[in-house]
Ligand binder design. Sequence first.
Ligand SMILES: O=C(CO)[C@@H](O)[C@H](O)COP(=O)(O)O
Length: 215
Amino acid sequence: MVKIAPSILSADFVNLERDIQRVSSADWLHVDVMDGCFVPNITIGVPVVQSIRKCTDMFLDVHLMIDKPVRYVEAFAKAGADLLSVHLEADHPTRIAEALRLMEQCGVQKAVALRPITAASAVLPYLEQLDMVLVMTVEPGFGGQAFMEHQLDTIRQVRELINQYNPACRLEVDGGVSPKTAGKVIAAGADTLVAGSAVYGAADPAAAIAALREA
Ligand SMILES: O=C(CO)[C@@H](O)[C@H](O)COP(=O)(O)O
């Protein structure tokens, strides 16, 4: 089943609790953590995730767009994340493996994320132990960017690898996902859609979630 995960990057941070309730018909909540180093933007950190955990039972899909994410795995797990995604480009492979080991120890689901420059095959060393692969269809850092059509190839390639090595693994796509692009993203093999501006930019976020489901 396809899951819809609204990204709170497009929410009103002053009214975050209200904006989280507005998307309660979605399956997951996507939480964008940015450090101003791995990406040229700074968003939220551990205390905010802790507060979000207190105001919703939704599954918290926490996307760490930070350098050396192994340093923060335990803290985000304790704050209430249900799943953590670490970028393959954010550290040496041995420390990415260590981050995944820590996630396992902390009881959170494990995911790796790929920037658009990264080849699908980069997931192979980790794939058998993953709960999810996240393919970015924009350069990470900001909401509201245009969907990168060429990333449909990467989605297809990751889907083939997942089918071959770990069919239970989810494939999430993030960036420029809207009712216009969702159909091709799903046709390419995604089963989890992150949408920020398409949901929070709509007059009725619940209707936008329903439109994504229809697509
Ligand atoms: O991680 C990111 C951006 O780095 C995303 O989660 C975006 O926030 C998605 O926003 P839209 O492209 O859907 O507006």
